[in-house]
Structure formats: structure tokens, C-alpha cells
Ligand binder design. Structure first.
Ligand SMILES: [Zn+2]
Length: 309
């Protein structure tokens, strides 16, 4: 067993305002879940803030500078209809991306085989030059670029099982034949991208849209028939997971019917892929999940399997 949890108290202080589904209670629910056995004994590390250069490896410099300025001034700002900054957001926004970079450093150094980054806000909708759908910076993409730029790891893959399509991550790696992005998501649903026909310039984008009401069978069929074979053909040197738990049946923002055990199933399959191709190394990053019990359930199922890597 060698799994590290990377998180930070600052994730509580990103205040999205009353009634917002992406709320501080989410990270509390994750922490409480991971305080239980067998997770209580897992080493914890504090997420460091991402540096401007790490952010600018995937985001347009002008966009990074604009957000950093707002964060430094501690201004409340509405970046898009769903995405806000609060006076306390600076640590959370920077550490959410920095956690993933630290996770990469830890698995590359052999300090862990798997890492779970318990972060908020989520990241996979954020595009090169714009925030979107609760996401300010694309945390997983920042980590993927860090793996390349810092460690020379060229072939990187990200599997995104959040119920929403990871449009930002897809866009950043669309023309990159050394990056594979695979996503299961409900369709139709926000943000509206993720059709099967979106394949990327080199065929390394794999989209598995699932009809509303889809449950275990359709989800796992998509994973087993489309995503696992693509990963085996691609042979990543490092595997990332955009781990959203809003495909849970109880989630208020979507209509898939997954249960905690489904997150264990998909994680187990990805652990096997990582064992075959990249020494079991996985950096997993929390994305969505808006029913607190479903989020906690999903996280526990997911981390339990990461511990088996
Ligand atoms: Zn989501």
C-alpha cells in the first residue's frame, strides 16, 4: 500500500456564495470520509500553490495574470455565470493545481504509487483562456504539463469519469498525439461537448457519452470496450484520473445512476492499466460530486482501490 492524500485547509476558504453546489462542505465531506479506516493511516501532504509558470504551461499567460491579480487583491469576482472568486479563494485556487504537480513529483520520486488530490475548486472545464463551470484553472492539465516539463514524461493519459464532459482538458490536448484524454459523461448535459466524433487530431481523444439514466452496465461497457483498449494501445508513462463523483445516482446536478461500487470498478480497471504500463503510477484529482453522501461514498470506493495499486 502506498497512497498519499494531498489536500489543504485553504480549500475550505473558497466561498462560492449561498446555494452554490460547489461549496466548502464538499471538501469537509471528503476529509471526513478519509478519516475513516482504512484511510486514516494514509500519509497526508499539504498542497503547495502552483507557480505562475506551471499555470502558464496550459493557460494563456494573460488569463493567468488576470486571475492572479484578482486573487492577490482578494477581490470577489464573478468570472462566468457559475464561477466566482471570493476574498479567500487565493490559496484554494492555486493549491488545487499545485496539489496535482506535487502528486506528480511524489509518484515520480517513488514516494507513492498513487496519489489522491482532494481539492476544490474543480478544474476540468477550465479552458486555455477562460474559466468555466466552477473551474478557474485546469488542475489536472496543469499537472499533466508539469509531468512533461519537469520530469520529461512525454506520454500522458487522463481518464475523466466526472458526469460532465471535461471540455477544458480535451481542448488543451486535442492536437497532442502524446496525450490521451478519455471521458465518460452524461449526454445531453452541460457543457454540451464530448460527442463520440470528437477524436482529436491524432485519435487520442476518446469520448463515451452516456444517455441519462445509464447505470453500471452502460458505464462499464464504455470503459471496457472503448477506454481500456485505447489506454493499452497508447501505453501511457503516467496515468491521471479526473475523479468526479457526480455520476452518483443521488447527485442533484445529473442523471446517471452509478453507485459507490461503480467508482471502485472503474478505479480497479485503471489501476490494472497503470500496473501494465506505468509501474502502477496514478495521480488522481477530485473534480465534481455534489451530493455529500454520494461524494463521500465515491471517494472511499475510489481511494480504496488506489491503495491496491
Ligand atoms: Zn461534474
Amino acid at each position: 500500500m502506498s497512497t498519499i492524500i494531498i489536500t489543504h485547509e485553504d480549500f475550505l476558504h473558497h466561498d462560492t456564495g449561498p446555494g452554490h453546489p460547489e461549496r466548502p462542505d464538499r471538501i469537509r465531506a471528503v476529509w471526513m470520509a478519509l478519516e475513516q479506516e482504512p484511510f486514516a493511516a494514509l500519509p497526508r501532504r499539504e498542497a503547495p500553490p502552483a507557480t505562475p509558470d506551471q499555470l502558464k504551461a496550459v493557460h494563456l499567460p494573460a488569463y493567468v495574470d488576470m486571475v492572479l491579480e484578482a486573487l492577490d487583491e482578494g477581490r470577489a469576482a464573478r468570472l462566468d455565470p457559475d464561477t466566482v472568486l471570493s476574498p479567500g479563494s487565493r490559496g484554494a485556487v492555486l493549491r488545487a493545481a499545485g496539489a496535482v504537480c506535487a502528486g506528480v513529483d511524489a509518484v515520480v520520486a517513488g514516494e507513492a504509487s498513487t496519489v489522491f488530490c482532494a481539492v476544490r475548486p474543480c478544474g476540468h472545464h477550465a479552458e486555455q483562456a477562460r474559466p468555466m463551470g466552477f473551474c478557474v484553472f485546469n488542475n489536472v492539465a496543469v499537472g499533466m504539463a508539469h509531468a512533461r516539463n519537469r520530469h520529461g514524461i512525454q506520454r500522458i493519459a487522463c481518464v475523466d469519469f466526472d458526469v460532465h464532459h471535461g471540455n477544458g482538458t480535451q481542448a488543451m490536448f486535442y492536437d497532442d498525439g502524446d496525450a490521451l484524454f478519455a471521458s465518460t459523461h452524461q449526454s445531453p448535459l452541460y457543457p454540451g461537448t464530448g460527442a463520440e466524433s470528437e477524436r482529436g487530431r491524432y485519435g487520442t481523444i476518446i469520448n463515451v457519452p452516456l444517455a441519462p439514466g445509464s447505470a453500471t452496465d452502460a458505464f462499464m461497457a464504455g470503459v471496457e470496450r472503448r477506454i481500456l483498449p485505447a489506454l493499452d494501445a497508447f501505453k501511457p508513462e503516467l496515468l491521471f484520473i479526473s475523479a468526479g463523483f457526480d455520476a452518483h445516482a443521488d447527485d442533484p446536478l445529473a442523471g446517471l445512476e452509478l453507485e459507490g461500487e461503480d467508482f471502485a470498478r472503474v478505479t480497479r480497471a485503471l489501476v490494472d492499466v497503470a500496473r501494465r504500463h506505468c509501474g502502477g503510477r496514478i495521480v488522481s484529482v477530485l473534480e465534481g460530486g455534489y451530493d455529500l453522501a454520494g461524494l463521500a461514498d465515491g471517494c472511499m470506493a475510489h481511494v480504496r482501490e488506489l491503495m491496491a495499486a
